[in-house]
Design a protein around this ligand. Sequence first.
Ligand code: DGT
Ligand code: CA
Ligand code: CA
Ligand code: ZN
Length: 572
Amino acid sequence: MTNHEISAVFEQIADLLEFQGANPFRVRAYRNAARTIHDLPESVAEIVADPEQSLEQYEGIGKDLAEKIGTLVETGSLPFLEELLAEAPESVLAILRVPGLGPKKAAALYRELNVATLDQLRDACREHKVRDLKGFGEKTEEAILKGIDVADEANRRILWIEADGFVQDILAHMKRCPKVEIISAAGSYRRGKETVGDLDFLVVAADADAAMDHLASHEKVDSIIARGKTKMSLRLRSGLQVDLRAVAGESFGAAMQYFTGSKDHNVALRGRAKARGLKINEYGVFRGEKSIAGRTEEEVYAALGLPCFPPELREARREFEWADDGRLPELVELSDMRGDLHMHSVWTDGTATIEEMAVAAKRRGLKYVAVTDHSKRVSMVGGLDAKKLRRQWAQIDLLNRRLRGIIVLKGVEVDILERGGLDLPDDVLAEADWVVASVHYGQQQPGERITRRVIEAMENPHVSAIGHPTGRMLLQRKPYEIDLEAVMKAARDNGKFMELNAHPVRLDLDDVGCAMAKGYGVRVVISTDAHSPEGLGMMRCGVQQARRGGLTANDVANTRTWAQMKRLLGRS
Ligand code: DGT
Ligand code: CA
Ligand code: CA
Ligand code: ZN
C-alpha cells in the first residue's frame, strides 16, 4: 500500500466523520494524519514492517492512529472505515466529491432537503432550493451545479497515473501465471489518455480459462461482472472495471489494434479498409475469407498502407492526414528531455533541499533544473519576497560551484496578481535565469480579465513562460475561462514559452493545447512542478501528453541544452 493510498483512506474517514457531524477535533486529527502521511518521504508500509521503527515519531500520529495504519497496511482494509461507510448512504460519497461542497454542506443538504444522490442534488439546484438554505446562497448553488459535472466524471474515471499503478500490478500478476504467453494493456490507458474509464487487457494463453482464473485470483478483485469462454469483466475493490480478452497468437496484433482504439480511429480505419476492398476486425485484416494480417500491429496497419501509429495519436484527429502526406511526426520521447524548469524546494512547499532536487534530477539524466519556488503572494506556503529570493539565489551560485554534471538555474514561480501585474519587481526578475508566471488567485474571474492578466504577464520582458496555463485540475476543477488562442498569439508575439505542467492532475496544457501551441509556432516546455525528488518522475506523464498533442523533440524547448535555451530566450 502506498502512502498516497493510506492518506486517501484517512481523508475519507475525515470526510465521513465530518458528514456525520463528529467532533471537529477528531475530524482534524484524521486530516492532519492524512497530510503527514501524504508528505512523508519514507514509505509508511516499510515503517510498519520494521520493528525498529514506530509511526508515533511523526507529528500528529498517536497510538490509536498508528494502530489503524498498521491494520490498514497489514490487512488492506480498515474495519473502522467499513463501519463509517455502512452508516453513510452510498451515493453521499459521490456528493462529497463535488468540488466546493465539502462534508458539512453535504450533510446540511442531506438533512434539510433529503439530497442523497448527484441527480437529486442537480434537481435541487435547478429548482433553486439550495440557495435558500442557510450558508448557501445563489453563487454557491451555481458553483455546485458546475461541480456536479466534475464529480460525475470523477466517479466514472480515474487519472492515468492511478490506472498505471493498477496496470503494472496486474501485468506483473498475470506474468506469474505459467499458462500466460503474452499479456498486454490496451484501451485508453495505452493511448495515454489523461483519465481512464476502465482497463482493457489482452492475453495470449495456452489455456484461456487458467488465465481468467488467475486474474480473478488477484487480491484487489472485488467481484466478477461477467465471464465467457474468451472474455471476462471484473470489478476491483477500488470500483475500477477490468476487461480481459483471450485471443489467439495469430490475431494478437489485430486485437491490440482494435482494443487500443480509439473508437473513432477504428471507424476511420474500417473505412480505409473498405476502400481497398478489405475488411478489418479484431481478428485480422481479410481479403474475402482470407486473413492477410493479424499477428502484429505493424502488419495490420501495413496491410492498409499505413504506418503503425503511436497509440497516443490514435484519436482520429489528424493522424491519417499526416500519414497520407508522409509527415507523421516523430514524437518526443522521455530520453529527449534535458532539463526541468519548474520545481519547488524546502524554501517554500517542497519537501527536499535544492541540492537534493538537483542530485535527483541528475540521476534522471537531466543536465539543468530551474528552482522555481513561489513568490510571496502564496503566503500559505511561505512564498518568497525579494530579499529571501536573492538569498536563495546566492546559495544557488555557491551550490553550482560544487555540483558536477548539472546546472541549477535561478528561477521563481511569480504570481500573476488578481488585480494584474506580477508579485515581484522587475529588477528582481531581471536577475533570474528563468521566470515562470502563474495564476493561483482570482481563478473565478471572467475570462476577459484572466486572459488580460496572463497576456500582460507575457509582455513583461523578464517572464520566460506561463505556468499551468489553464489552471484545470483533472477530476477536480475546470479550467479558468481563459482565451487560449489569444494567449498563444501573445506568446508567439512576445517570444514566450508555454508550460505543459506534467503533474498528472494538471497536464496543462492538454493535448489539444499542445497542438495549438505548435500551430502558432509557440515552444512548449514540459515541466514537472515537482515538490519532491519523486515528483521529478512525472516527466513521463508530461511527455506522454505532448505526444498526444503531436509534438516532436524540436517542438519541446527543454530537449535543448541550456546554452541553446538561452539563445531562444535572447539572453546569450
Ligand atoms: P475508456 O475506457 O472510456 O477510458 O476508453 P477506451 O478507449 O479504453 O474504451 P473502451 O474500454 O470502451 O474500449 C476499448 C477499445 O475497444 C476502444 O478504444 C475501441 C474498442 N472498441 C470498443 N467498443 C467499440 C465499438 O463499438 N466499435 C469500435 N470500432 N471499437 C470499439
Ligand atoms: Ca478502457
Ligand atoms: Ca473496456
Ligand atoms: Zn503553480
